[in-house]
Design a protein around this ligand. Structure first.
Ligand SMILES: [Zn+2]
Length: 249
């Protein structure tokens, strides 16, 4: 079994969904499909009813936070039902509208506090706000419950997350990005997870539209970088998935 710990099935076009499900089932992949917002969560929920290897998770992505803070209490039921919270986080790099930064922080803190109350993991986008995210998670004692998605910040902060036992998803740029390889080498094997981040991420990296089975290449690239065999990597990721993160199965 392969596990994609961070993807977005709702980024595929409607007419592609049947071949996406086929690709997932044929290659025995479990996919954690992160929400961007409540609408996106509902779509992922409906995909999971058609393909039970899809695990829908709820969060509000920092790109979806506007300068006006939403009524956060309306998300309570979704938060209770989701197995992992995500995608959540902060983005001070790609988001240029600074009027969203304070609301982004409020929304993120809300999800971190709820994750603590309900004892759930968080799938976290950290772009350009790595140190602040570290501090927020540290304050709530939630660093060990954090999956840091496709980390690209500085090595100083990375080491702090590693020392605090956070988890990391390595992504589709591992064979081409020296920085990502450096990060992969530093993260201990029992904290490594894999992701594809949806079809458009690979497209952003090298122009190829990614199907879910792209996760197999990510696994192989992790093996090359860490100099381990595929069985050892699968054993470690499956263990984390079964014993730590997805407790219901
Ligand atoms: Zn994502």
């Amino acid at each position: 079994m392969y596990i994609d710990f961070h993807t977005h099935i709702d980024f595929y076009k409607k007419e592609e969904l049947q071949s996406v499900y086929k690709d997932i089932n044929k290659n025995n992949i479990k996919v954690i499909s992160c929400a961007m917002d409540d609408e996106s969560y509902k779509n992922n929920l409906s995909f999971s009813r058609e393909c039970n290897n899809i695990i829908p998770t709820f969060g509000i992505h920092p790109w979806k936070v506007t300068s006006k803070l939403p009524n956060l209490d309306m998300y309570n039921d979704y938060i209770k039902n989701t197995q992992i919270i995500g995608e959540v986080g902060l983005d001070f790099h790609w988001v240029e509208d600074k009027s969203t930064y304070e609301p982004q922080i409020e929304v993120f803190k809300h999800f971190v506090q709820k994750a603590k109350v309900y004892d759930k993991f968080l799938n976290i986008h950290t772009k350009g706000a790595e140190e602040l995210i570290y501090n927020i998670l540290n304050k709530e004692n939630m660093l060990e419950k954090s999956i840091i998605h496709w980390y690209s910040g500085d090595i100083y902060t990375l080491r702090k997350f590693i020392d605090a036992n956070s988890y990391f998803t390595l992504s589709v740029d591992l064979d081409t990005s020296q920085k990502s390889q450096e990060i992969a080498k530093l993260v201990p094997l029992d904290r490594i997870l894999a992701e594809t981040d949806g079809p458009t991420s690979l497209e952003w990296v090298n122009g190829v539209y990614g199907m879910p089975s792209e996760i197999i290449n990510v696994y192989n690239n992790i093996c090359n970088t860490k100099d381990i065999c595929i069985d050892e990597l699968k054993y470690n990721i499956n263990k984390t998935y079964n014993n730590i993160i997805i407790k219901k199965e």
